[in-house]
Design a protein around this ligand. Sequence first.
Ligand code: SF4
Length: 412
Amino acid sequence: MSSSFQPGDLGPMDPVQYQEHLARKASELAGEPEFMPDIEPFRVPAASSPLALELLEAALERRLTGGELLILFEEASLHDVGRVAQQLRLRRGDPDKVTYIIDRNVTYTNLCYADCGFCAFNRHQGDGDDYMLSLDEILEKCRTVIEAGGNQILLQGGHHPKERLPYYEDMLRGIKQAWPQMWIHGFSPSEIQHFARLNRLAETEVIARLKAAGLDSIPGGGAEILSDRVRRIMAPGKAMAGEWIAIMEKAHHAGLPTTATMMFAHIESYAERVEHLLRVRESQDRTGGYTAFIPWTFQPHGTPMMNDPQIRAQVESHGYLGSVDYLRTLAISRIALDNFANIQASWVTQGKAVGQMTLYFGANDLGSLMMEESVVSAAGVSHPLTRADLDEMIIGAGFTPALRDNGYNLIG
Ligand code: SF4
C-alpha cells in the first residue's frame, strides 16, 4: 500500500487539528511493511569496477546521470571517488583557500510536536525541560557572537504549536535593531511550512514577511533524504520532498539565498541518496539560489526511531561504515553537484580528524565555528572546536584558512 498522505493536502488548520492529524498519520504509518522494503546493506567496494573508473573519468568532463551516480555508490572505491572529487573541487573554487564562518546556533525553542523519528531534541509541553528563549536571551547570545568576531546566527527551532508569525517577526526585528550587522540565517523549510499552516497564510507571504522583518537567508535543514518513502517513515509531519524543494525555490524567487543539506546512513537506499542529489541539482538549475550543499550522517543515539525494531534492524544491517560511508558520499556529492560552488564538511558529526580529511574528498568549506549547537549534541555527539582548531586543521592539510560571510565572500 502506498499512502495518499501529502502534507500539502492538509490546508490551513487550527493548531489542535493540525497536531492531531500529525499524530494520526504517524500512528497509521508505523510498521507498514511497504514502507520498509529490505534495503540491501550498503556495499563499499575496496576497488573500483572498470565501469566506475570510466564514469569517474567522464565526470571530469560532463555531468553524470542518476544511473551513473548510482553505479559510483555501488562500484567505486573510496580512493577513486575522492581523487576525482578533489580535482573537481580545485577547479570549482579557489584551490588554496578553505573557508569557514564564525556563528552561533540559536535554537529558540525545543517545543515541537512534529516528532521526527530521528530527533532526540524536541520536547512537549509539560515534559519539564521544554523551553522558549526570550528576546533578551537571544540578544545575549548575539552579543557573544559579535564579541567572538562573528556576524551570523543560525536561528532555528521546533514547530511551536502556539506562537504566531508576528512573534517571529518581532524576534527578527529585535535582533536587527540591536545588532544591525548580524546576518540572520534562519527558519528551515519545515518551519516556514509550519508558520504558513498555523497562520493560514501562503508560504510566499510568510517568506516575504520574514524577509521584511530581517531574515537574510534560509538554512537547508529538514531535508534529511528527499525521498517521500523515507520521509513518510522518519518525518511524516514535515514537508515532503517536492514541498521542501518548492519552499526553497519560493525563497530564492524572493531574493533569499539558501543552503541544502542531506542527512544519510539510516533507512535510505543508495538510489534514494541519488534521488536526493538529483532533486537538489535540478532545483539549483532552475534558480541558482543555493550557496552550499552540506551532507552529514544520521546520529542514532537516543532517537525515537531506533526504538522501532524494524527500523533499528534496517539501520544496523549496514554494519559499521564509519567515516568511509561519509567520505564516499561527500565525494559523490561533489561529483554529482556540478552546479554547486561550495560543498561543506560536517566536522560536528565527524570530529576533527575526519573533518580534516574532507578537504581531500571534495569539501572546500568547514562550515561554521559553532559556538553553540543543540540538535546534534542532543543525539550524544559533541566535537567542540575553537577557531585555532579549525585553522590548524586547514593549515595541516596544506591549505590556507579564510574567514567568510554567509555569501561566501572572504572577510579575513
Ligand atoms: S527535527 Fe525539528 S521538526 Fe523534527 S521533531 Fe526535531 S525539532 Fe521538531
